[in-house]
Design a protein around this ligand. Structure first.
Ligand code: ZN
Length: 264
């Protein structure tokens, strides 16, 4: 079953919801918002696939289940509990260009605009694109190369603590072709201060993936991709120490470990 379940901060919970004629609507509390959760399966068995935030507090958690979003579908909401185990991620010291740590007023303003834009992109929740068999969320690795196990590392840039590393870095030379890990629709293409050349893909129901530090982006917003379609190239743009692909995977607006979606 994909993704693999790992109930820790940055991991994924798979919650059995039982049978129902229609797909239930599931929400999880994220910060101060209720965010819709991916639900896979059929009338015999539905499963909620819940992304657990890196900032989640270990302990008891739950999702809220509505019978269905369909008009006239009655029934009371219920909660399904799950637990989050503690995981301590290691610390990583990085040396980068000082201007990417101590931001000038102009760069700070640019970063804040981009952060607001990314928040809109990350809130995308669509039905599954044509061709996606949601029961199989196993992904194809987007680029060949050595995969770092750096997801979740608490990062210190030039001695200053910053957000944890929320994706997988794959070592590859500038110009290496990147392919879609699942059928997708392109929902964002841009050049950002920290992430450099970036593409976001929507795989449906809040399952998104992002590709950063790209040297080339050969798609536009709205393009539809099938698994294995080439759509961009590895680079070293944005805040990087060298060429690589930064690959992020998001469920219910939270970055989770991409390693849970691909064979070892
Ligand atoms: Zn990275």
């Amino acid at each position: 079953m994909w993704p693999q379940a790992l109930q820790v901060p940055g991991g994924v919970a798979r919650l059995s919801l039982g049978p129902a004629a229609m797909r239930p609507v599931v929400q999880v509390r994220q910060g101060d918002a209720d965010v819709q959760v991916l639900v896979t399966g059929d009338a015999i068995e539905w499963t909620a696939v819940v992304g657990i935030a890196l900032v989640a507090v270990p302990g008891d958690a739950h999702v809220t289940v509505q019978p269905s979003a369909a008009v006239g579908a009655g029934g009371a909401a219920r909660t399904v509990p799950f637990s989050i185990a503690a995981k301590r991620y290691a610390e990583q010291q990085l040396k980068v260009s000082p201007r990417t740590v101590d931001l000038s007023p102009e760069d700070q303003a640019r970063y804040e605009r981009e952060r607001d834009h990314q928040a809109v992109v990350m809130a995308t929740f669509s039905e599954q694109p044509a061709g996606v068999a949601l029961p199989s969320l196993q992904m194809r690795v987007p680029v060949p190369g050595r995969r770092s196990s750096s997801f979740g590392l608490r990062r210190v840039f030039n001695g200053q603590p910053r957000n944890p590393h929320s994706g997988m870095d794959i070592a590859a030379a500038t110009g290496t072709t990147v392919v879609a890990p699942l059928p997708a629709r392109v929902i964002d293409v841009g050049d950002y201060f920290f992430n450099g050349g970036t593409v976001w893909l929507d795989h449906g129901q809040g399952l998104l993936s992002m590709y950063c530090h790209l040297s080339r982006m050969d798609v536009q917003v709205g393009d539809v991709l099938q698994t294995g379609d080439a759509f961009c190239k590895v680079g070293a743009t944005g805040r990087v120490t060298g060429p690589h692909l930064h690959w992020g995977v998001m469920l219910n607006r939270t970055m989770v470990d991409p390693a849970l979606f691909v064979p070892a």
